[in-house]
Design a protein around this ligand. Structure first.
Ligand code: ADP
Ligand code: MG
Length: 513
């Protein structure tokens, strides 16, 4: 881990100040929906049988330091990433080649592809696509040149269920509030208002959905229009989603409903014009025509327990609702695609980003990623991954989302020993990014933990595009950067997921380093 990048921070808190800060943090968080539910990670289910208790989301006490130039770098490539991934999602022929390498060894990818093929055979009826993406980065300092400027390197690109846009805006507001009430000590480095970038994720994610809702056009079924938030049940991250939902309703007048993935077949149908009709169980006489289905579910194999769940996915995919994301857009976000783009000397990037300057900016954000197949790069990766010494610089990832699926560093050689070699290509091997250390205090499950932390910056992007007549053709209708997320975890933890139980939500304090 690179050291000495940041000034000494944060200042120490004496007992009285810590008490003042925490009291305000807890009250503000609950008052503003910076919360998760249930609280059962530290309240037993017996004490909370109805799951009604909510608790503050895991947060940092102080905004973490983040190099200003790195923050701006990540923001500046957001629109190009939207271009890139919308182009990939529109290029079925190219995606097919990627998917074909995985079909025999990854049932989930194979099943997603089958959904696409089934709908393709019938004919897609909705050419519009909405992407609410999030590109995740860590700060990288070249270990061979300690004087070089830090840059951001991409951890992964999310095309489905990119979460925490709702809570991100709130945690940034929390840190501003704590600053405004003098909760932070004024000896030592101070938290300047101007160094706290404004948080726009709620506004922009809702704006992206509102644009898609409008682009859908008018109702032809005679029913009023609505947006569906397709959610998991139970859903711990409900408040994160609610912030976006309320913004969509209050600023854009768009009606939204939360639909658990398991209720799709019961509560929706596709009419003879292929419009998706949603009938709320609480008001069965008042159906709605669905303009946009926003997926906060359906990304994990465990959500597809039987054929019924796949039928539900097909029902949505074949409908005229705008999918956020479509199956092809979901597949564009697989780690395999990221690897194919980022393998050193890959020729693929320029297929999707013909503008050389744009491609160069994206390329700068790539960390080396290798396949584990029989190609030349794959052979090299197999050596790196099976040697206990070199494996410590890498992470092994399957084609999964949502945290808890990766294999880190010294665990990689043994993991591979236990896996038939035919299945190795279902994984990618990625160099670990080693962000510079700093300290902070995390408030999680009612307790504070002070220590060395590392941060992961997510930049959201919104993109609305229309597929053309021919494969690979599309017209981008909307393309904007849509705010940020900062997540922070103890530097000893490999995973960073907040919902998965490892990290906390944070906001950046921009510094010149
Ligand atoms: P998921 O789809 O499960 O979120 P990620 O690729 O984001 O998978 O990996 C999960 C976490 O593991 C990240 O949030 C990050 O904390 C850590 N991680 C993943 N790849 C790297 C990497 N190359 N360098 C450092 N940390 C990484
Ligand atoms: Mg991730």
């Amino acid at each position: 881990m690179a050291s000495n990048l940041y000034p000494a921070y944060p200042p120490d808190l004496n007992d009285e100040r810590k008490d003042y800060l925490l009291t305000n943090l807890k009250d503000w968080s609950i008052a503003h929906g910076l919360a998760v539910r249930p609280a059962s990670s530290y309240v037993s289910p017996e004490q909370d049988p109805s799951g009604a208790l909510a608790t503050t989301a895991p947060v940092t006490l102080f905004p973490s330091l983040f190099p200003k130039a790195c923050f701006e770098q990540a923001q500046s490539v957001a629109k190009t990433y939207n271009e890139l991934y919308s182009a990939i999602a529109s290029d079925e022929g190219w995606l097919k080649e990627i998917v074909e390498e995985l079909i025999e060894i990854d049932d989930f990818i194979a099943d997603l592809w089958k959904v696409h093929l089934a709908v393709k055979a019938e004919g897609y009826v909705q050419p519009l696509n909405l992407g609410l993406f999030r590109s995740d980065y860590m700060v990288h300092v070249d270990p061979s040149d300690s004087k070089s400027s830090p840059t951001v390197k991409q951890v992964e690109f999310n095309t489905i269920a990119s979460s925490f846009g709702g809570l991100s805006s709130q945690v940034s507001a929390l840190h501003r509030h704590l600053r405004s009430i003098d909760a932070y000590p004024d000896d030592g480095p101070t938290v300047e208002e101007s160094a706290l970038p404004s948080a726009t994720s709620v506004l922009n994610l809702a704006l992206g959905m509102a644009k898609a809702h409008k682009a859908y056009g008018t109702s032809t079924s005679g029913s009023p229009l609505c947006v569906i938030f397709l959610v998991q049940s139970p859903e711990r991250n409900v408040f994160d989603q609610r912030h976006v939902e309320y913004e969509l309703n209050e600023s854009h007048g768009v009606k939204t409903f939360r639909l658990p993935f398991g209720r799709v077949l019961a509560d929706t149908k596709v009419n003879d014009q292929r419009k998706l009709i949603y009938t709320p169980p609480h008001a069965p006489n008042k159906p709605f025509e669905v303009t946009v289905v926003y997926f906060r579910a359906g990304y994990s194999p465990s959500e597809y327990e039987s054929q019924k769940d796949w039928d539900a996915r097909i029902q949505i995919e074949r409908s005229a609702a705008i999918k956020c994301p479509s199956i092809l857009t979901q597949l564009a976000g697989t780690k395999k695609v990221q690897q194919v783009l980022a393998t050193p000397h890959s020729p693929h990037l320029k297929r999707f980003l013909p503008d050389e300057a744009q491609a160069a900016e994206v390329l700068k954000t790539f960390a080396p990623i290798y396949p584990l197949d029989k190609s030349e790069a794959g052979q090299e990766a197999r050596k790196l991954a099976t040697d206990p010494e070199t494996a410590t610089r890498y992470v092994l990832k399957p084609q999964r989302e949502g945290g808890g699926n990766n294999v880190y560093r010294k665990a990689i050689p043994d993991f591979l020993k236990g896996l038939p070699e035919t299945h190795w290509p279902a994984h990618i091997l990625m160099e670990m990014i080693e962000p510079p250390a700093q300290s902070n205090v995390i408030f999680r499950n009612g307790e504070t933990q002070k220590g060395e932390v590392i941060c992961e910056l997510g930049i959201y992007g919104a993109c609305l595009w229309k597929d053309g007549e021919k494969d690979g053709e599309r017209e981008v209708r909307e393309n904007f950067e849509a705010g940020y997320l900062l997540r922070t975890k103890g530097s000893g933890s490999e995973e960073g997921g907040v919902a998965a139980g490892f990290g906390s939500v944070d906001s950046p304090l921009l510094v010149d380093v």
